[in-house]
Design a protein around this ligand. Structure first.
Ligand code: ACO
Length: 428
């Protein structure tokens, strides 16, 4: 095994170098503190690997993304979301019987307990659907308390997995109906996963609703593209929360909350709001680019940049093509798409963005696509959560199957040294 040498105060320590199946190398520092008394410091985990995972391979320099070895481009073109979910969670593409059983299992659990319907009445009309989603997923654990056991059997894990994938679509669509003050629609198990979701979102009891196959296909692609992305902020949150042996429901709810932020999944909503702002202010993209470059301002071009991709985001490339196709097919002429294209052009020829390797990420075009499908802006991050759910589950399962220890990073303390308590009357 290759070794790394670390010299501290003239003492040399040898550390193992771990090599992944794609040749990635990492220094194993797990015994560093016991051997040297030192810890490493890496705010934001920019150079820290938190686990060894066999789920997703990502090469940010070359724009490569593979789930369980399969290139994202092939999965996006040929697969279905439930097939990809199975692949991520169980490790291999399902055969015909396995896929049929898995699809049947998910389809049988699309209803949510009637008592949970009442929860929707308690949320304010303007409640953000991500807040509803996180709390409803957490609430699911109260309906299935057996899922809180630390030592779940594979069968008990499987049923929780199917419940979550089935119910997230129902919970999400109902939160939209709630925000619109419209009647909820019950799941239709004759429809595909994506078709059923679209039906619950847009059908009304007063009229017939036909799922548009173009939109159904585009949604399938979008969910696949979002299905996993190795140890990002929300996935690490799921693994970290789950490492305390909190239930899968609790861990996924934590992941939803982490995804909500504008620097992560919340960026797709912010992209559209930014494009709308540019449009409202006369369409001057250069002004926005200048503002993003200004270090006095905290403003960033939403949908640009990525912690890992430093060349291009392969998901953005696929979405851009799907976006063009769908808009064409539906005959939609969206001025925001033109603004997005000129913004991309201006930013990509500007040395600020080029030097920092800031390229459009997955969120830059997904918002435009969701808009074309009739999905409201506030629901974008919910859509992302639906897509990311199989990845979160797969990562949680891997962490538990590997018996990983509870996550508990250390810190370098930089606060006050010991000082005596001061009585209130003596304080300045
Ligand atoms: N606009 C303007 N400047 C940017 C942007 C941006 N979108 N992103 C990064 N920068 C600049 C930073 O100011 C910094 O400049 P400096 O070196 O002069 O200080 C440099 O580029 C590096 O940025 P960091 O914040 O250090 O990069 P990091 O890897 O920590 O952040 C992140 C990545 C959070 C995605 C960042 O690029 C960003 O905020 N982008 C906008 C939000 C966004 O689109 N998020 C979605 C990410 S994809 C996803 O989660 C699914």
């Amino acid at each position: 095994m290759d070794k790394a040498k670390l010299i501290i105060d003239d003492q040399t320590h040898e550390l193992d170098i771990v090599v992944g199946t794609e040749g990635e190398r990492a220094i194993d520092i797990s015994n560093l503190r016991t051997e040297t008394g030192l810890i490493t410091s890496d705010s934001g985990f920019k150079s820290t690997g938190s686990t060894r995972s066999a789920i997703t391979f990502l090469d940010g320099e070359n724009g490569v993304l593979r789930y369980r070895g399969y290139p994202i481009e092939q999965l996006a073109e040929k697969s279905s979301f439930l097939e990809v979910a199975y692949l991520l969670i169980y490790g291999d593409l399902p055969n015909a019987t396995e896929l049929e059983n898995f699809t049947y299992g998910v389809t049988r659990h699309t209803l949510i307990h009637e008592d949970m319907k009442k929860f929707y009445e308690g949320y304010p009309a303007k409640a953000h659907p991500m807040g509803i989603l996180a709390s409803m997923i957490s609430a699911l654990s109260t309906f299935y308390p057996e899922a809180q056991k630390s030592d779940l059997s594979p069968k008990e894990v499987d049923i929780t997995v199917k419940r979550l994938i089935a119910k997230i679509a129902t919970i999400s669509a109902w939160s939209y109906k709630k925000s619109m003050g419209l009647p909820i629609m019950y799941p239709q198990n004759r429809l595909s996963y994506c078709g059923n979701f679209l039906h619950m979102m847009f059908a009304l009891p007063t009229e017939d609703y036909e799922v548009n196959p173009v939109i159904e296909k585009a949604l399938n692609t979008l969910l696949i593209l979002h299905a996993d992305h190795e140890q990002n902020c929300s996935t690490s949150t799921v693994r970290m929360a789950g490492s305390s042996h909190a239930s899968l429901y609790a861990a996924i709810s934590s992941g939803v909350c982490a995804l909500w932020g504008p620097l992560h999944g919340g960026a797709n909503q912010e992209v559209i709001e930014m494009l709308e702002k540019i449009q409202a202010e006369g369409g001057d993209v250069k002004k926005m680019v200048e503002k993003a470059k200004d270090k006095e301002s905290s403003f960033r071009l939403m949908g640009f940049g990525h912690r890992v991709y430093k060349n291009f985001d392969p998901r953005a490339k696929i979405i851009k093509e799907v976006c063009d196709e769908v808009l064409d097919d539906l005959g939609i002429d969206d001025p925001l798409l033109d603004i997005a294209k000129s913004l991309e052009e201006v930013a990509l020829s500007d040395s600020y963005f080029v030097d920092r390797k800031l390229y459009p990420n997955v969120d830059f075009y997904s918002g435009i696509l969701y808009r074309a499908m009739g999905i409201p802006t506030e629901m974008f991050t919910v859509m992302f959560s639906m897509g990311r759910l199989p990845g979160w589950i797969a990562q949680w399962k891997e962490m538990r199957d590997n018996n990983e220890p509870i996550s508990r990073p250390r810190q370098v303390y930089v606060g006050a040294n010991e000082r005596p308590y001061v009585d209130l009357k003596n304080r300045k």
